[in-house]
Write a protein that binds this ligand. Sequence first.
Ligand SMILES: *Cc1c(COP(=O)(O)O)cnc(C)c1O
Length: 484
Amino acid sequence: MSASNLFLTSGTADKKAYVEMMGAMVDAIASAMDHPKAYAGMGPYELRAAVHTDELLPEKGCGFEAILEEVKARILPNLVRPMSTDYMAHLHSAVLMESIAAELVIATFNQSMDSWDQAPVATEIEVEVIRNLCKMYGYDENSDGVFTSGGSQSNLSGLLLARDWFCNEKCGHDVKKSGLPADFRKFRMYSSEVAHFSMEKSAHLMGMGYEAVVKVPVDSNMRMDVAKLRELIEADIKAGNKPFCVAATVGTTDFGSIDPLAELRQICDEYGMWLHADAAYGSGVVMSEKYAHRVAGLAKCDSITVDFHKMFLLPISCSASLIRDKRYFDALTIHADYLNREEDEEDGYINLVNKSMQTTRRFDALKVWISFRMRGRDGWSEMITKCIDNADYFYSILKKRDDVEVVVAPEISSVVFRLLPVPGSSEDADTMNKRIRRKLLHHKGVVIGQTVCNGNVCLKFTLLNPLQSTAKLDELLDLILSLR
Ligand SMILES: *Cc1c(COP(=O)(O)O)cnc(C)c1O
């Protein structure tokens, strides 16, 4: 592996170097798995010192063998291992093996999804995958979608189309051409108080600011309270504001709760509003034969955020933004002489940049194409069902205890709970729950989540790993209880 091998080409020496380099890295990765815990334990100061380097760009390069040794010594051992059943802090998943192989194709050929001539077969595959996804979520042939970098971008994309739709169709104003209308401060969108912060971020990026986001209270199941939503919309209309969108959450980040889509659809129709579904988490539920009915309402939403790098177990990044009526993608279309010429498009060349906020973009659709076809409905249903069943089980064992409080029965695969101090302890519950999470991270190699609910510090299990077992969940609970 000499420095003269720059690229994988048709040359024999390049092919050999490629196979050797990939092989050596694969071996190093496999060996790193000899440490079974989710995290090796170093704290931030120690880790910072361990990776400190004065010379990112040394005078003379050290060669691949030497850098591989450094990667083995300093980096691989300190990575968190989302594939571990001790890892359940966030919506951050293990990745399916075939999708890692897909990443090798994606990186090696480096197709860029903006124009057909940079990604011919990749464009056609993404179009195929999107068409099938639309069908899977109950959309008809007028729908469309595009792959994005993640749920945050998919949300921004959906909300932007919502705003432009509203301005075009309800106010006769073209935002794309003229910018925000004079009364933009009156625009209001509604999401629940436990919705993702990308709602506020999107409102800011769209020039309307956080004040445009009305936080709707949730019911005791952490779902948007529809009666409160109606009151808030009525009050806004009375005050001269302009409600344009409800952003429902299908699987809230902390609780996995699902807003009542059928009722929200009715309200949106009544008031002439767009219904966006942030299903970054809950989009995966559609794969479970047993639980798919919980997200059936997605079919009635005007736009859907799907994340494949959460429940779907595919490598970051992998997400899609789906739109019920493809005409509204026009908001993101702009033609450039060098890239997406209209004359080519008339001849059948598809330039996906026309639907995307990104220009240069990864061929992430390949991971979905490979993994869906390889595992099929059966394989997928089994994996997703297992995760949801695990959450049900964990909830049921917590529910039986009087020294643990559980916030809400899980609708997907997250369980939020808090330990109560043993009687006579001088430590308050918040301090104790925080202490236990840190202890697990640094001393037990176990990575779990922490959040705040109703003002109380809580712990969280996000169960995305189909290899997780009820026996292991019992064991983890015992471990946690022993740390009180
Ligand atoms: C994770 C998440 C997002 C953000 O998605 P990214 O892929 O991290 O950008 C948005 N909404 C919800 C409900 C999420 O759980």
